[in-house]
Design a protein around this ligand. Structure first.
Ligand SMILES: Cc1ncc(COP(=O)(O)O)c(C=O)c1O
Length: 492
């Protein structure tokens, strides 16, 4: 076990003093100090083991020895920029291309998901000569200025909103809570028609569409799985308007969905984006990312006459690491594992839904799952505070999970890909216990299998807008001593 250099309190004090206060920390009243990690486990300063259900960056497992070795060996030899010829760069580009449809053949290596999406926008603007971008409700695509503009997840709640007039927000293709739901005869067409109408509106105002950008499965947006056929239809409308389709695979790529290597492939073989952006899992924690596009788009970018240079993008160490990640995915059949464990997890979660009134929806693909908690299955009232309670109580049992989505009421599972059937059993068993206790405390019961009867329907469960507030009702039911503690710990 690695040794602690500072006492936890000192680490907290120094962080408060020197680290920007908007850099949020998990569980702020009692943050976790992680010293070491391996596979799907993280260890704190006391050697306590946490089951990691949220770190999709540590894709092939934390500190995978093959990845560490590949990076260290290359670092001993050489690390420099891509202005020199190096085999790692071209071999890695070729390896990535092998996982993609043929026409996506040209790579730009960059350093973060944000850099990848920012470059994707530049490519789209240059290729099309147009400016307008369509993004989805609740989307998050990165932290740089150009991406905050296309990330309603960030800007939709901000009060000083002077939003970029060339950005247009289409409805999220959410068939549970969205505008067109599972009972709609053709939600894919209905959502795609929204984009078509939006394009027409842009044209009427003299704008021209450069790109439609979407995560292949929305993650921060609430683990949303778009209905099959939606992307094909959107791509048709967007291309007809002279724009291109950018698939953001920063969260969901590299085999996580189990059946396919890329999540956009879930839409069907007839769908190929014009640009794919990659990040997080690509380097298993090493900061690297990539934009892959077509020859035509890359040539148009060249024609601007501006050189593209990136000091660190595509350096030999990053490429060695990227190749090791691809090797481990194959060697350990992690895509297959995502499929098998993902199916097992889904069936366990479905049973939770049958049992617990708070569980409104279960959705997912492979090791990318969402459990949407609602206080009322008919009205879909988000159970935001309850979701926070689940997260906190799991942490006390050494399981790391998070809640996201516009109402912060969707429990997100996106663990390292070595997550096992036993890990799935454990996390679902704990969620089951916690939900049982919360429902007992709230007097919630399943009624006729679908609606939820709340015996204390007048009791309000206040939640701050960000969803990180106390569960007053539960705390009162448990006794005042616990209530105080509850109030404190639910502030993240
Ligand atoms: C879908 C998506 N795209 C892009 C990004 C930005 O990536 P990064 O934080 O590496 O800049 C994120 C980060 O969370 C993301 O979730």
């Amino acid at each position: 076990m690695s040794t602690e250099r500072l006492e936890k309190k000192k680490t907290i004090d120094l962080r408060k003093k020197h680290i920007g206060p908007s850099c949020k920390i998990f569980f702020s009243h009692d943050p976790i100090k992680i010293m070491q990690a391996k596979g799907q486990y993280m260890y704190d300063e006391k050697g306590r083991r946490y089951l990691d259900c949220i770190n999709n960056v540590a894709h092939v497992g934390h500190c995978h020895p093959d990845v560490v070795k590949a990076g260290a060996q290359q670092m001993e030899l050489l690390n420099t920029n891509s202005r020199f010829l190096h085999d790692n760069l071209v071999l890695y580009a070729q390896r990535l291309q092998d996982t993609l449809p043929d026409k996506l053949s040209v790579c730009y290596f960059v350093n973060s998901g944000s850099e990848a999406n920012d470059l994707a926008l530049r490519l789209a603007w240059q290729y099309t000569g147009h400016k307008d971008v369509i993004t989805l409700e609740n989307a998050y695509h990165g932290h740089v200025s150009s991406l905050i503009d296309i990330s309603p997840y960030k800007f939709q709640h901000s009060s000083d909103a002077e939003h970029n007039q060339s950005v247009h927000v289409a409805p999220s293709p959410d068939v549970y809570r969205g505008k067109y739901r599972a009972d709609h005869p053709d939600p894919a067409t209905a959502y795609a028609d929204e984009v078509k109408d939006m394009i027409q509106g842009v044209h009427e105002k003299g704008g021209k569409i450069a790109a439609f950008i979407a995560e292949s499965l929305q993650s921060c947006g609430g683990q949303i799985i778009p209905p099959p056929g939606y992307f094909q239809q959107v791509a048709e409308h967007v291309r007809k308007a002279g724009g291109i389709f950018i698939a953001d695979e920063v969260q969901v790529g590299f085999g996580r969905v189990g059946t396919h290597f890329w999540a956009f492939q879930l839409q069907g073989e007839d769908f190929v984006p014009d640009i794919v952006t990659m990040g997080k899992p690509i380097g298993n924690g090493h900061p690297m990312s990539c934009v892959v596009t077509t020859k035509e788009v890359a040539e148009a970018f060249l024609s601007s006459g501006m050189e593209y240079f990136n000091t660190f993008g595509g350096n030999p160490v990053s490429c060695a690491i990227g190749m090791a990640v691809l090797d481990v995915i194959v060697k350990e059949d992690l895509q297959g594992n995502a499929l098998r464990v993902g199916r097992h997890l889904s069936s366990l979660l479905e049973k939770l839904k049958e049992k617990h009134p708070l569980v409104g929806d279960i959705r997912g693909q492979g090791l990318f799952s969402g459990v949407e908690l609602v206080k009322d299955r008919l009205k879909l009232t988000p159970a935001t505070a309850e979701a926070q309670e689940v997260i906190y109580r799991l942490k006390e049992q050494y399981i790391l999970l998070s809640a996201d989505g516009p109402h912060r009421n969707v429990l997100k599972l996106k663990p390292p890909m070595c997550f096992s059937v036993e890990d799935a059993d454990l996390v679902v068993e704990k969620i089951d216990q916690i939900l049982t206790e919360i429902e007992e405390a709230l007097g919630l019961k399943l009624h006729n299998g679908s609606s939820v009867e709340n015996e204390s329907s007048k009791r309000k469960l206040p939640a701050e807008e960000n969803g990180h507030q106390c569960l007053t009702g539960i705390a009162h039911n448990r006794g005042s001593g616990q209530g105080v503690q509850q109030t404190k710990r639910l502030k993240t």
